[in-house]
Design a protein around this ligand. Structure first.
Ligand SMILES: Nc1nc2c(c(=O)[nH]1)N[C@H]1C(S)=C(S)[C@@H](COP(=O)(O)O)O[C@H]1N2
Ligand SMILES: [Mo]
Length: 325
């Protein structure tokens, strides 16, 4: 299953050549933007973003779902590709949001497998290329709200996580899933230091994982997912803070108890297991009442469940959301 087909190798070599070229362009742009980067946060929409980095290529037509894209929610304007791919949180690569894209340019994402195991009938290792051929990548335009107070609107291409979990047939005893990012200090420079407890692990209750809004994304704007956004496969849970959406996933485990997750281990008072977007529960260091949409000047109110309450509120009926934050 992990066997590299000649076609894959060729595609990758071509991409690598394109990367070298586009990185040069990027570095030129970065030099111009350098003084701005020093004034942290000023770039957010006030200035032209760095020039295009396109470490991706169009998704082959046969991998894209033929269902029409859902109508965009009024008020949601998709962020530009350049914004989504040059302002990233990916601590394994860099803690500087403006630098992740450059470090990620060298990150090789094929071959790649995802192991799905734990409390299920049929644990298996999936090749990511096989997964994309199996499950058409649907366009999902989702809001992403980072706990740091910014947000974006991102057109992902992905498939429901549920489809993958159904493949392994979860047992009745399975109540949670944990999703693990690649651990490979040779490829992920910050894993040589204790920036966070590695590997990055995030988790969901099984019903949250099975919810139709929860996807594994393999594309962005109809192109292959760039590494800075979590290639080849990253979780997206749009009603939770961004950190729940782990990148570059290699393992998914079904468990009967709540998994220990990276941010919760790092600072349990700041990062709860649920981490549903909630303007009424302030983070100890930041209010969560408002957010700045990247590309906009002012702030807008943050909405409970990031505005997806109609779809997901029933998952938390009867729960004290201040306690289970
Ligand atoms: N493995 C891993 N996944 C991660 C992170 C990370 O540092 N490492 N950062 C998270 C945070 S804090 C956010 S806001 C989102 C950002 O996703 P984006 O860069 O694609 O916008 O990724 C999340 N997934
Ligand atoms: Mo975040």
């Amino acid at each position: 299953m992990v066997i590299k087909r000649p076609a894959d190798i060729k595609a990758r070599e071509i991409t690598d050549k394109k990367l070298v070229l586009s990185r040069r362009t990027f570095l030129r742009g970065a030099a111009v933007a350098g003084s701005v980067v020093a004034t942290a946060g000023l770039y957010n929409g006030l200035l032209a973003p760095p020039r295009k980095v396109r470490p991706s290529e169009p998704l082959p037509r046969e991998l894209v779902a033929h269902t029409p894209a859902a109508a965009p929610t009024p008020g949601d304007v998709k962020n530009k590709y350049e914004e989504i791919t040059n302002y990233n949180n990916f601590y394994e690569l860099s803690t500087d949001k403006y630098e992740v894209a450059e470090v990620a340019a060298k990150f090789v994402t094929r071959p790649w497998t995802v192991a799905v195991f734990g409390l299920c009938q049929r644990p298996r290792v999936f090749d990511v290329g096989d997964l994309f051929r199996r499950f058409p990548l649907e366009e999902r335009v989702y809001r992403l709200r980072c706990v740091e107070g910014w947000s974006m609107v991102i057109p992902w291409n992905g498939f429901p996580l549920r489809k993958l979990l159904d493949e392994v047939q979860p047992l009745a005893s399975a109540k949670f899933v944990s999703l693990k990012t690649l651990f490979d200090p040779a490829r992920m420079p910050n894993q040589r230091d204790e920036v966070l407890p590695w590997p990055y692990v995030e988790g969901l209750r099984l019903d949250e994982a099975m919810h139709p809004l929860t996807i594994l994304a393999g594309g962005l704007y109809g192109e292959t997912l760039p590494p800075q956004n979590g290639a080849p496969l990253r979780l997206v849970v749009p009603w939770k803070y961004g950190f729940k959406s782990g990148k570059s996933i290699v393992a998914i485990e079904l468990t009967d108890s709540q998994p220990r997750t990276t941010w919760n281990l790092y600072s349990p008072d700041e990062y709860g297991f649920y981490s549903n977007v909630n303007p009424d529960v302030p983070h100890p260091r930041w209010s969560q009442a408002t957010e700045r949409r990247i590309g906009e000047l002012g702030k807008r109110p943050t909405r409970l469940f990031n505005g997806y309450g109609a779809e997901v509120a029933h998952l938390y009926a009867g729960m004290d959301l201040k306690k289970h934050f």
